[in-house]
Design a binder for this molecule. Structure first.
Ligand SMILES: Cc1ncc(COP(=O)(O)O)c(C=O)c1O
Length: 393
């Protein structure tokens, strides 16, 4: 799937539905196309799940609950959303380094697979399961000692996520001794990965480690989740991920897993790769001006609602997400502009020095690749702007 933003007529319909700018809109047929493409590349037995944190919009969750095999959640709020959307509790996995007791209790009651991230958390699950008289299903989130190249968002190595791989054997013993059901192993090493070779290396490392660990502990692995983290090229200096070799490699891993334990299942839980390209963020041009030779468009959307599309702390330049400008008065004239939002903050920059049709206040700017980590991952309360409507079509 590549982004196919709506044309002028489609955009006008969406604008009218939203009733204002800025707004988000999610194209469910583009999302379906991405799901179909991933399914075609992956082994049929693999559980393709969705990381709710990428976009927790209820209408979107209802849609994917009918098309995907499960959901990854990271809070009681996300658990409620996933259950309300129709994901059965037993198809939900709960990750996160700081689960509160009440959240663990809600997950146990719903039959969720809890991906424990420490020995202390396993102890708390044991106590909560005993208190409520329920059997809790607990997978272990591993933190492998592996150098990940090509991602600025790493969640293994010396980070605080998961259980140090060297302690996994002891953790499996703790789970079983505490009367919990061992639910398998979970890995999530990094996000925004665009290099298929790097992803294959990570999957291979985690897979080998998981099987060795299960063998050493004398258990069969019921479930091995290799996470998500597949990137989407948004910046000028990025190249789209070639998913086909990743799928081929997972076919080989799936065959090896079946030899280890016939009923064991591989799982993935991508967020961004499933939804990013299906979404747009639409804002209006409010003003234009020239400052020391650079032409700026000021728009009514920005970092408070779409933080990831602005000037990130890990970048010297804004990502310059793909964007289209829709002038109300047609003309072939283009211009080189930079685009800033309405915040009193220097990082509120959506684009620097991009070529777009010449714009006037009132024209619409469509920021593509905006379906993941949008409003829900942004400081929407900053400066007290109203939250953007989020619609699906
Ligand atoms: C445990 C876990 N699973 C899945 C995801 C989804 O990641 P992505 O959207 O990069 O695929 C994340 C993101 O932080 C995560 O922490």
């Amino acid at each position: 799937m590549s982004a196919h933003p709506p044309g002028a007529a489609g955009l006008a319909v969406l604008h009218e539905r939203a009733g204002t700018t800025p707004f988000y809109a999610m194209d469910l047929s583009a999302l379906d196309a991405r799901i179909d493409a991933m399914r075609a590349a992956l082994p049929a037995r693999l559980q393709l799940c969705y990381a709710v944190k990428a976009n927790p919009l209820p209408a979107l969750l209802r849609h994917v609950s009918r098309r995907l095999d499960g959901a990854d959640i990271s809070s009681a709020g996300e658990l409620s959303r996933a259950l309300d959307a129709g994901f059965p509790g037993e198809r939900i996995g709960f990750t996160g380094p700081g689960k509160r007791d009440a959240e663990i209790a809600a997950a146990v009651a719903a039959g969720v697979r809890i991906c424990a991230e420490s020995s202390g958390e396993i102890d708390r699950i044991i106590r909560i399961a005993e208190r409520t008289g329920r059997t809790a299903r607990v997978a272990l989130r591993a933190n492998p000692d592996l150098a990940v190249r090509g991602s600025r968002v790493r969640m293994n190595g010396d980070s605080f996520f998961g259980i140090d791989s060297a302690q996994l054997g002891a953790a499996i013993t703790q789970v079983r001794a505490g009367g919990l059901e061992f639910g398998g192993l979970h890995y999530y090493c990094a996000s925004r990965l665009l290099d298929a070779g790097e992803i294959i290396a990570i999957h291979g490392h985690c897979f080998d480690e998981a099987l060795q660990c299960a063998d050493a502990a004398g258990v069969a692995l019921p479930w091995l989740n290799l996470g998500g983290g597949f990137g989407v090229a948004t910046a000028d200096d990025e190249t789209a991920l070639d998913f086909a070799p990743v799928g081929d490699h997972l076919h080989a891993l799936d065959a090896r897993l079946q030899a280890h334990a016939p009923h064991a299942r591989l799982a993935l839980e991508p967020g961004r790769y499933l939804v990013a390209e299906a979404g747009i963020y639409v804002c209006s041009v409010i003003d234009r001006k020239t400052v020391r030779g650079r032409t700026w468009l000021i728009v009514d959307g920005g970092a408070h609602q779409h933080l990831h599309a602005t000037l990130q702390p890990d970048r010297l330049q804004p990502a310059n997400f793909p964007m289209t400008l829709h002038p109300r008065t047609r003309s072939d004239a283009t211009e080189r502009v930079s685009i800033a939002g309405p915040l009193c903050a220097p990082f509120d920059v959506l684009a620097r020095d991009v070529e777009l049709p010449r714009a006037q206040p009132g024209d619409l700017l469509v920021v593509q690749c905006s379906g993941a980590y949008g409003a829900s991952a942004s400081p929407v309360n900053f400066l007290d702007h109203p939250p953007p409507p989020e619609i699906v079509y």
